[in-house]
Ligand binder design. Structure first.
Ligand SMILES: Cc1ncc(COP(=O)(O)O)c(C=O)c1O
Length: 386
């Protein structure tokens, strides 16, 4: 019987048990406790960000960042159609509406099309950008660094500066990815827009079980976001609340796990990168199969590996390959259903979505866990080659 190879599972190779035990021993298991602030500080330092706010999930992080950015009910927010649905939902949580954008060859938001939308479909008057079709104000943009590959922030920041848009980076999948060229050379994803959000969900490159983080340069905003995530409590004794808050703070247990995982992150990125090279070399010359590489301006954390299946040349469709792999105990996954086609969002505006549907048909994510051994990687390759 062949052993099961999952798509993406966590790997605990360091101080995880030690730190979690410490949290339990000290009885600090909830949202108070030293690990939460230590994890915030270390995550900020790792990313070269000034401030970090630990949250209960990446979704919570995005929600609070949108609120802090001042996105209001009725505003439009530009977001990619190719992404896990979370950032789209958070736009709705604040009462705003998404405008869906197409993707580029790396599955990231196509900045050429963002420019076409902003210059061709909107009017910029008195510092406000108005979508001519809907008459709504366009206030923000949420780029997603899909599967770890950094989006073209050089281009997006130039546009956001020109049109006064707030940028909130969804860096939930790209912790540790870095720009190696251009205006942001040496900068990590998540540290370029006004706010950057990470996720430590179980399938991410490092995990806290469930958790998220917001990073920012803005001290006042960081302190206000911490206030919002802790029920907006203005008085600890009399429970006075001057704003509507949330129960969104990470727990000490989660942070203990996260701190230990963060110590391993650079090693994990090296493993992800080296496993990608192994897949690429082993699949070289396999007709109809290729992998999406990192953009030349960045060094990706290669969180997920995207295989492109060319049905004509490979002779098997993406979905048949998915089923075939499953029968041999190998878990793979198609791209998320495109968001402009998801039921709650079919009435929303989108702009020239042309490339995403074609890529949707072809992309298959293949096993990428840090703990994969060479034998397992070769088993995946040999099944793909068959
Ligand atoms: C692109 C993207 N955005 C947001 C999230 C939300 O993160 P969480 O699951 O921690 O809420 C995830 C991951 O789950 C994600 O992949």
């Amino acid at each position: 019987m062949e052993s099961f190879i999952p798509l993406s599972v966590p790997s605990f190779q360091g101080n995880e048990k030690k730190y979690v035990e410490e949290a339990v021993d000290t009885e600090w298991v909830s949202t108070g406790g030293a690990f939460v602030t230590r994890f915030e500080k270390t995550t900020a330092e790792y990313n070269g960000a000034n401030f970090a706010v630990a949250c209960s999930s990446g979704t919570a992080a995005l929600h609070v960042a949108l609120l802090e950015a001042g996105v209001e009910a009725g505003d439009e927010v530009i977001v990619p159609t190719v992404t896990f649905i979370s950032p789209v939902n958070t736009i709705r949580y604040v009462g705003a509406v998404p405008v869906f954008m197409d993707c580029d060859e790396y599955l990231n938001m196509d900045m050429e099309k963002v420019e076409q939308f902003l210059t061709g479909e909107c009017d910029f008057k008195g510092g406000t950008l108005i979508d001519r079709r809907s008459k709504k104000k366009v206030s923000a943009v949420v780029p997603v660094h899909v599967f770890g590959h950094p989006a073209d922030m050089d281009r997006l920041m130039e546009l956001s500066e020109r049109y006064g848009l707030v940028v909130i980076e969804d860096a939930t999948e790209s912790l540790g990815s870095v720009y190696v060229k251009g205006r942001y050379e040496g900068r990590k994803t998540g540290t370029i827009g006004r706010f950057g959000c990470y996720s430590f969900n179980g399938n991410k490159i490092i995990t806290t079980g469930g958790g998220g983080m917001i990073v920012t340069k803005d001290e006042k905003a960081a302190s206000h976001m911490k206030y919002l995530t802790t029920q907006a409590k203005d008085d600890e004794v009399y429970f006075v609340h001057d704003e509507v808050g949330f129960n969104y703070r990470m727990t000490n247990l989660q942070a203990a796990l996260g701190l230990a995982q963060l110590e391993l992150l650079d090693r994990y990125i090296e493993i992800k990168r080296s496993n990608f090279r192994l897949y690429r070399e082993a699949l070289d010359g396999c007709r109809g199969l290729s992998l999406i590489d990192e953009p030349e301006y960045a060094r990706s954390n290669f969180w997920f590996y995207s295989l492109l299946v060319d049905r004509e040349r490979y002779g098997v469709s993406r979905d048949d390959l998915l089923k075939k792999l499953a029968t041999h105990g190998v878990q793979a996954r198609p791209l998320w259903k495109l968001n402009h086609l998801q039921k709650p969002y079919t009435g929303c505006l989108s702009f020239r979505i042309e490339r995403a549907p074609a890529l949707y048909e072809r992309v298959l994510s293949i096993p990428c866990s840090v703990g994969l051994g060479e034998e397992e990687l070769r088993r995946v390759v040999s099944l793909l080659r068959k």
